[in-house]
Design a protein around this ligand. Structure first.
Ligand code: ADP
Length: 458
């Protein structure tokens, strides 16, 4: 069987063009992130143009189809090598390659125009390919950082393939010298090397894309770990700071109390007022610090999730709110509630805070609160609806921030921790919390919690 070189070269040009398109996409997406990708694209475009020029042999001047085409292909290898060096952060001088390319052009031109000899030209091309592809092979195999090697190994293998095929081609050329001076009429052994180059080109495209992909995935993972680590650090910091502030604050509080007790009779009204204000401030700060600690304990002291019956959770929350319910004459109703995967203690706290707020922020009439749940995919959407004072849309986000309140102490007591705790609890469970409300028209707080995974009816 003979392989038609012209057909193979058409295939070679097409595979190069397809690879150029694929690398073009990678270049478009990642050129700003990673150095060197532009060089890869330039290489593949040069390879495609070189292969196309070779195909046009006889139709365009020999300078284009013989000299320029092969120079483009070999220069392309130097360029992709430079690109790979940049990609892995190992830049080196390329002078030896430029010198090699100049020598190649001289020899190749001599055996094209002065003393045409296809055999010697092909040998110089094979030798150059061998020398040039050996460099990226070694770069990706050994010169890269050991941590990067799993990522660069495939590209190195492909270049290893080029090295082996070019070496074999040299041997074949020596054993079976090419006859005549027409590249398109050469015999099967050389055609086989071209076929292998085609496969290697496709392989190179794939391996480059996989390498970028692997690097991207690796970086996403590192970023996620870094984020987790800094979050944990921040929480630890908040915890330690609040914890350590408690002691000096206790001193301030107890000494102001002592001052008040001991010198009550000796101080005038102004001085007593100042002492009272200082004591008030200290107490408020103690409550705030305790709130911060409570908030950080949601994640640090949370219990593992288990199947939790929300009916029971709701009953416990209501038992804790007994006094508020009877004092306000509130009517709290609920639909059947499902089982979810949750930390039950935190879920009690969540229901308790939301229902307590629904009772606290009431209007003149007795509060009416209704709790319901509906399944949406693999999660439950809970709703706590009241007929209270409502909230303007502009404040929807603010109310979930710690210490943010919309009212003075006089109007409604509190320090602005309840909803921040609710948000943290819901987020620890992988859910979301939000509100729908209008001033004067009641509010509905929604939150989601993952279902147990079993089919269940509310
Ligand atoms: P606190 O109750 O201590 O003020 P929260 O974090 O529980 O703190 O609530 C923050 C703010 O959100 C409240 O000050 C109030 O303005 C508003 N809010 C919370 N729940 C309701 C509700 N059910 N109806 C109207 N406003 C509410």
């Amino acid at each position: 069987m003979t392989l038609d070189i012209r057909t193979l070269m058409v295939l070679y040009a097409l595979v190069n063009a397809a690879t150029a398109a694929a690398i073009g996409i990678v270049w478009y997406q990642s050129r700003k992130q990673y150095a060197g990708i532009t060089f890869w694209l330039v290489d593949i475009i040069l390879q495609t143009a070189g292969a196309t020029l070779i195909l046009l042999r006889g139709r365009v001047p020999d300078f284009f189809s013989i000299t320029l085409s092969n120079t483009m292909i070999l220069a392309g290898i130097i360029i992709i090598y430079m690109g790979l060096e940049r990609f892995v952060g190992r830049k080196s001088s390329q002078i030896h390659n430029y010198v090699l390319l100049a020598i190649f052009i001289t020899i190749h031109s001599y055996y094209t125009y002065v003393q045409p000899n296809l055999q010697i030209r092909t040998i110089t091309i094979a030798a150059m390919t061998l020398i040039l592809t050996a460099q990226p092979f070694w770069l990706m195999l050994r010169r890269v950082d050991p941590a990067m090697r799993p990522m660069t190994f495939l590209v190195s293998t492909i270049f290893g393939g080029y090295v082996v095929v070019s070496a074999l081609r040299l041997i074949l050329l020596i054993v079976f010298p090419l006859q005549g001076n027409d590249f398109f009429k050469t015999a099967t052994p050389d055609a086989l090397t071209i076929l292998t180059y085609i496969i290697l080109t496709a392989g190179l495209g794939f391996s480059l894309i996989l390498m970028v992909n692997r690097r991207l995935l690796g970086e996403i993972k590192t970023d996620a770990e870094e984020l987790q680590r800094s979050n944990a650090e921040l929480e630890r910091f908040a915890y330690v700071a609040s914890h350590d502030l408690q002691e000096p604050l206790r001193m301030v509080a107890s000494y102001t109390q002592l001052l008040e007790k001991r010198y009550k009779d000796k101080l005038d009204a102004d001085a007593m007022e100042f002492i009272n204000n200082a004591a008030d401030g200290a107490t408020r700060m103690q409550i705030m610090i305790e709130s911060l600690l409570q908030l950080s304990r949601i994640t640090t002291r949370g219990r593992p999730f288990q199947v939790t019956d929300c009916e029971k959770v709701f009953q416990k929350a209501m038992a804790n709110l007994q006094l508020a319910v009877s004092d306000s004459g509130a009517k709290v109703t609920h639909d059947p509630l499902p089982e979810v995967m949750a930390d039950d203690v935190q879920l009690i706290q969540l229901f308790q805070n939301l229902v307590a707020n629904a009772i606290k922020f009431r209007r003149e009439e007795p509060p009416k609160v209704h709790v319901s749940a509906r399944q949406d995919g693999n999660e439950w959407v809970f709703a706590v609806k009241d007929n209270g004072i409502g909230i303007a849309p502009k404040d929807y986000d603010r109310i979930f921030v710690i210490f943010q309140r919309l009212h003075s102490q006089g109007e409604y007591p509190g320090i602005g921790i309840g909803l921040a705790l609710c948000k943290k609890i819901v987020e620890r469970h992988g859910g979301r919390i939000w509100i729908e409300s209008q001033p004067g028209q009641g509010s509905t707080f929604y939150f989601t919690i993952k279902a147990t995974g079993m089919r269940q009816q509310a």
